[in-house]
Write a protein that binds this ligand. Structure first.
Ligand code: ATP
Ligand code: MG
Length: 481
């Protein structure tokens, strides 16, 4: 009797396990739950009144309806289009882009502020139309903010997709009226990113958060009655990554770069005119401000520069701009430039220490640890310093042999840089830059312009004024203010 009971218990357990397994397969491995949810939604739909808003591709005058394009970009970015039962895949503007597009009459759902809406791609009539279906009960609450949200998202997507450009100012030409046409541009393809810059991780994160916050702060700046701009001072010895950091910032923000060559500016009014001709969403750079102020060429005055920094000018033209000034040292700078509130963030770029060295070894040689590291650390502890540019170049030149690369870094540190490779730092990249400018076939009438591009990247000048360790000034502790 007991044996029979035991037998049926085992059978029951096996049956329960099999049923649990089958239920699991039914619920999770098939579309059962999805199908039930879908049915439930269609039942729910019967009890609501809906309103339809159409967004046609063209208006009555056959002009393009910009909202149609924005909605199209917005819908392509929705996660729900990826999850839909079917959709079309196309290549985007660049070869590697893949774009998802709705089929005719395909429906895609979206949620906004807790409300569920759907879009239909109505492709059946003579003109294409997107139809927004929204519950009447939700309309009053969400329609306007939802359309605003579509504007914002599609603008951001546009911004991200667009090709960045690098502008440089050409010589003043009396034949041209004012500064119009003074900017020359090439595609901005500098590969530097915040990830490729070797700098103290905490500082890098703070700068990153600062830039992210800036991007979202339009309302905040306006509420304060301020122009939506932010300015940075990057200072430190030559070859420590200031110019690369400017490029990294531009790439991070997806902003164009305007590189102002002060030596080509005739007077304060000329500087003003140039600024008025820059566009929003741009990084405006003045490199080597210390050198310019010390040389005092007499063209642009200190007050012209201060006005340029202060944003009074910026208020009359485009905003959402970052201004960056670079210099080797703050030592001999007029205090008016450095006074609190004038330049929002000061960032010190020091010569390489052991931590930056490790970061460079990782990026240039793919080495995170090595038997020579303790020796390198010891030399750094004695106060020996080289710029990241010098160390990076030694590593790049010897990248096939990490051992040789590290040995040459050790020798260079011991001899104060005399074991440097004979190639000029950055020469290779410099060639890349000029060839990219040439291949784009763009805009430069004179070879000076190409030099300008190279100057921005700081590759033509490897200044001999590499400063000793006193460049690690105390301000490095308060790098970002
Ligand atoms: N911190 C760094 N991290 C990674 N690479 C760096 C760093 N600093 C310099 N480099 C490399 O060294 C080269 C020169 O750097 P960069 O032109 O940015 O220096 P800089 O501070 O602007 O110098 P200068 O004051 O002479 O203009 C670039 O190829 C850059 O990639
Ligand atoms: Mg530079």
């Amino acid at each position: 009797m007991a044996a029979i009971i035991n037998g049926s218990l085992v059978l029951l357990l096996v049956a329960a396990a099999v049923s649990a397994f089958l239920l699991r397969v039914l619920f999770y491995k098939t579309g059962f739950i999805y199908a039930v949810k879908k049915q439930w939604r269609s039942v729910e739909d019967c009890f609501h009144v809906y309103q339809i808003f159409k967004v046609p591709e063209f208006n009555d005058g056959k002009q393009e309806n910009l909202l149609y394009r924005k909605v199209s970009a917005y819908l392509q970015s929705l996660p729900s289009i990826e999850d839909s039962d079917f959709t079309n895949l196309f290549t985007g503007r660049s070869r590697h882009d893949i774009v998802l597009r709705l089929d005719p009459n395909q429906v895609v759902h979206d949620t906004f502020l807790g409300a569920r809406v759907s879009w239909v791609n109505d492709d059946t009539g003579p003109a294409r139309v997107f139809a927004l279906r929204i519950r009447k009960a939700d309309k009053r609450r969400i329609l306007r903010p939802y359309l605003q949200h579509i504007h914002t998202v599609s603008d951001e997507l546009d911004q991200r997709k667009r090709e960045l450009r690098l502008y440089v100012n050409s010589e003043w030409d009396p034949a041209r009226s004012g500064g119009r046409g003074r900017w020359r541009s090439v595609p901005f393809t500098h590969p530097s990113t915040l990830e490729t810059i070797a700098m103290e991780p905490d500082l890098k994160n703070r700068v990153k958060s600062d830039l992210e916050l800036f991007l979202k702060s339009q309302q905040y700046y306006h509420r304060l009655g301020r122009v939506w701009k932010r300015s940075f001072l990057l200072y430190g010895p030559s070859g420590t990554g200031k110019s690369s950091f400017v490029a990294a910032m531009a790439n991070f923000l997806s902003y164009d770069v305007y590189d102002i060559d002060l030596s080509r500016i005739t007077d304060d009014a000329d500087l003003r005119t140039l600024l008025l001709e820059t566009s929003s969403r741009s990084v405006i750079v003045i490199e080597d401000l210390d050198r310019f102020l010390m040389e005092k060429p007499g063209s642009v005055s200190l007050s012209g520069i201060l006005n340029f920094m202060d944003g009074i000018l910026s208020s009359c033209c485009a905003e959402e701009r970052i201004m960056v000034f670079t210099m080797n040292s703050k030592d001999h700078i007029d205090p008016a430039i450095l006074r609190p509130g004038r330049i929002d963030v000061h960032i010190h770029f020091p010569l390489c220490d052991f931590s930056s060295f490790r970061s460079l070894a990782n990026s240039c040689l793919g080495v995170t640890d090595h038997k020579l590291f303790p020796q390198v650390e010891e030399i750094f502890q004695t106060g020996a310093r080289l710029s990241p540019a010098e160390i990076g170049e030694l590593m790049i030149t010897n990248r096939n042999s990490p051992n040789r690369a590290l040995k040459s870094v050790i020798t260079a540190l011991r001899t104060g840089g005399d074991a440097r490779v004979p190639t000029k730092i950055g020469q290779r990249l410099c060639e890349d830059v000029s060839s990219s400018a040439d291949s784009s076939g763009i805009f430069f009438k004179d070879s000076n312009a190409i030099k300008d591009i190279k100057r921005l990247y700081g590759f033509l000048r490897i200044k001999s004024s590499r400063k000793s360790s006193h460049s690690f000034d105390e301000a490095s502790g308060q790098n970002v203010r």
